[in-house]
Design a protein around this ligand. Structure first.
Ligand code: C2O
Ligand code: CU
Length: 463
C-alpha cells in the first residue's frame, strides 16, 4: 500500500510539473493542434471523484477527426505529457514517415516538443488514432480518438453514432487509473484488462432513438486487451464494414460480433423495439448480457422498416492478385503463462524462460523477443506477401499490420475480408496475404498492448 501511494504521489507531481512550462513551439499555419496533455474527466459515476487521464486537447476520447475521402489531415502534435509520445493513425494507408511509430518511423516526440503530421486519407471508413510510444500506458490513460472518413455518396441512414469501447483499470475507491502498467501478471496473461467498462468515456451512455429509425454505428475497440463480444437487442442490423473496409455484401448480424483490440466494425441497425421500450448494444460476458449502450425508444420514425441496406462503396486498389507467386513467411508466436516457450533471444542473448520472467519479457516471434534488426520479410513494392501465423500460446492475440490491409486466406484457398487486425485464438494457425504496395518499414504487432510491450512486435519492409 505504501509503495502504491508513493507511486501515485510521484505521478501527480510529474503531471503538475509537466503542465507548467510553456511550449516553445506553436502550430504551423494551416495545421491545427492536437495536444496531448493531462486532464480530468468524470469517468466513474458522480459519487466518485473525477479521474485524472491523459487526453488529446484535454478531451477523452480525443476530438473526432471527420473528413471526406481523399482529404488531408494536417495536425501539429504537441506533447504536454511528462513523457515522450507520438501518434499513430490506425488503419490509414499512410505514408510511412507519417505512421507515428516511435523508434521505427520517427523519433518519439519529447515533452515540450511537437511534430507535424500531414497526410491524405485514401479510404472511406472508421479508423482511429492513438499514442504509439509506451502505448500500454498511454492508450490506457486515454490517448485516443476516432477518425471518420466519409464516403462520397451519402448513405441511406437517419443518423450515425461513433462508439469507442474501452475498459479502464481503476482503483475502486479513488477512481484513479491503476498505475501498474508493466504488471507482470497482465503481461504474461491476457493483457491489462479493466474493471470499469465505458463507451466514449461514459459508463451509462444512453442515446434516444425512435422505432424504425436507421442508425449507422461505428464501433472502435480502444481497449488495451479486452475482446468485446457484442449483440443487438431491440435492434436488427448488418455488419457493413470491418476495420474500415466495406464487406462486398452486408452481413446480417445474427451471431455475436467479436471485436478484438484495435478492430472496428461499421453496423447499420434498424430500431425494432416499440416506443417505451429500450433497445441495447449488448456486451456478452460469461454467457450473460450486459448493456454496453442503451437506446430508449420514444415515438416512431416511420410506419415500417425499410429495405435492407446496399453495400458501402469499396475502397480503391485493394486487391490481392492471387497468392501463387507470393513471398511466403511464417510467424510462430510463443510464450506467456501456460505456454511452450523454454528460452528465447532477448537483446541478442539467449535467455531461459526463468530469466525472461525476471526481465518481465514473455513473448517471442520466431524465437526472438521484441524487434529484430532485420525485418520478418522484405519485399519490393508490388509483391504479394503471404504470412502463416501460428499462435502456439494459451491466449488470444490481435495481430495488427501497419500501413496496409490484408485478407485472410481461408481453408479452401479463398480470400476473406480486408482487415488490419487479425484476432487469433490459442492453438490457431491462420494465413494472411496482401499486396505490399506501400513502401516503408511497417510494424506488425499484437494489439494487446501489454503483449506488445513484452515481446510481441516485429516489422516488415517494402522497398
Ligand atoms: Cu493501433 Cu501499432 O497500433
Ligand atoms: Cu497478444
Amino acid at each position: 500500500m505504501a509503495t502504491r501511494r508513493k507511486f501515485l504521489g510521484q505521478g501527480a507531481a510529474m503531471i503538475a510539473a509537466a503542465t507548467v512550462p510553456t511550449l516553445g513551439r506553436a502550430a504551423t499555419p494551416r495545421f491545427s493542434q492536437l495536444t496531448a496533455r493531462p486532464a480530468t474527466v468524470q469517468l466513474a459515476p458522480r459519487s466518485f471523484p473525477e479521474t485524472k487521464i491523459w487526453g488529446y486537447n484535454g478531451e477523452m476520447p480525443g476530438p473526432e477527426l471527420r473528413l471526406a475521402q481523399g482529404a488531408r489531415i494536417q495536425k501539429t502534435f504537441l506533447n504536454e505529457l511528462p513523457q515522450a509520445s507520438s501518434i499513430h493513425w490506425h488503419g490509414v494507408r499512410i505514408d510511412n514517415v507519417m505512421d507515428g511509430v516511435a523508434g521505427l518511423t520517427q523519433p518519439a516526440v519529447e515533452p515540450g516538443q511537437g511534430f507535424d503530421y500531414d497526410f491524405v486519407v485514401p479510404d472511406a471508413g472508421t479508423y482511429w488514432y492513438h499514442a504509439h510510444n509506451r502505448s500500454a500506458e498511454q492508450v490506457a490513460r486515454g490517448l485516443y480518438g476516432a477518425i471518420i472518413v466519409e464516403e462520397a455518396e451519402a448513405q441511406d441512414i437517419d443518423r450515425e453514432e461513433v462508439l469507442i469501447l474501452d475498459d479502464w483499470l481503476l482503483n475502486p475507491e479513488t477512481a484513479q487509473i491503476d498505475p501498474d502498467f508493466d504488471s507482470r501478471h497482465d503481461r504474461s496473461h491476457a493483457g491489462r484488462r479493466g474493471n470499469f467498462i465505458a463507451t466514449n468515456g461514459r459508463h451509462d451512455l444512453t442515446l434516444d432513438v425512435k422505432q424504425h429509425e436507421r442508425l449507422r454505428l461505428r464501433l472502435i475497440n480502444a481497449a488495451n486487451a479486452r475482446i468485446f463480444v457484442l449483440a443487438l437487442s431491440g435492434m436488427e442490423g448488418w455488419t457493413m464494414a470491418l476495420d474500415g473496409m466495406p464487406l462486398t455484401q452486408p452481413k446480417p448480424l445474427t451471431d455475436a460480433l467479436i471485436l478484438g483490440p484495435g478492430q472496428r466494425a461499421d453496423l447499420i441497425v434498424d430500431v425494432t423495439a416499440e416506443s417505451g421500450k429500450t433497445a441495447h448494444l449488448v456486451r456478452i460476458e460469461d454467457q450473460e448480457g450486459a448493456s454496453q449502450v442503451a437506446f430508449p425508444v420514444s415515438g416512431r420514425a416511420a410506419s415500417a422498416r425499410r429495405e435492407p441496406p446496399r453495400p458501402l462503396p469499396s475502397n480503391p486498389g485493394m486487391d490481392v492478385s492471387g497468392t501463387k507467386k507470393a513471398v511466403t513467411a511464417r510467424l510462430n508466436m510463443q510464450g506467456g503463462a501456460m505456454g511452450t516457450l523454454d528460452a528465447a533471444i532477448l537483446n541478442g542473448e539467449r535467455k531461459s524462460f526463468r530469466q525472461l520472467i525476471e526481465a518481465n519479457q514473455f513473448w517471442s516471434f520466431n524465437g526472438t523477443i521484441g524487434m529484430t534488426d532485420v525485418p520478418l520479410v522484405s519485399v519490393s513494392k508490388g509483391e504479394t506477401i503471404k504470412l502463416d501465423i501460428y499462435n502456439d500460446t494459451s491466449f488470444p492475440h490481435a495481430m495488427h499490420l501497419h500501413g496496409m490491409h490484408f485478407r485472410e486466406v481461408t481453408k479452401d484457398a479463398g480470400l476473406g475480408h480486408l482487415r488490419d487486425t487479425l484476432l487469433m485464438f490459442g492453438g490457431e494457425t491462420r494465413t494472411i496475404a496482401f499486396t505490399a504496395d506501400n513502401p516503408g518499414k511497417w510494424l506488425f504487432h499484437c494489439h494487446m498492448l501489454s503483449h506488445a510491450a513484452s515481446g510481441m512486435m516485429t516489422w516488415l519492409e517494402v522497398t
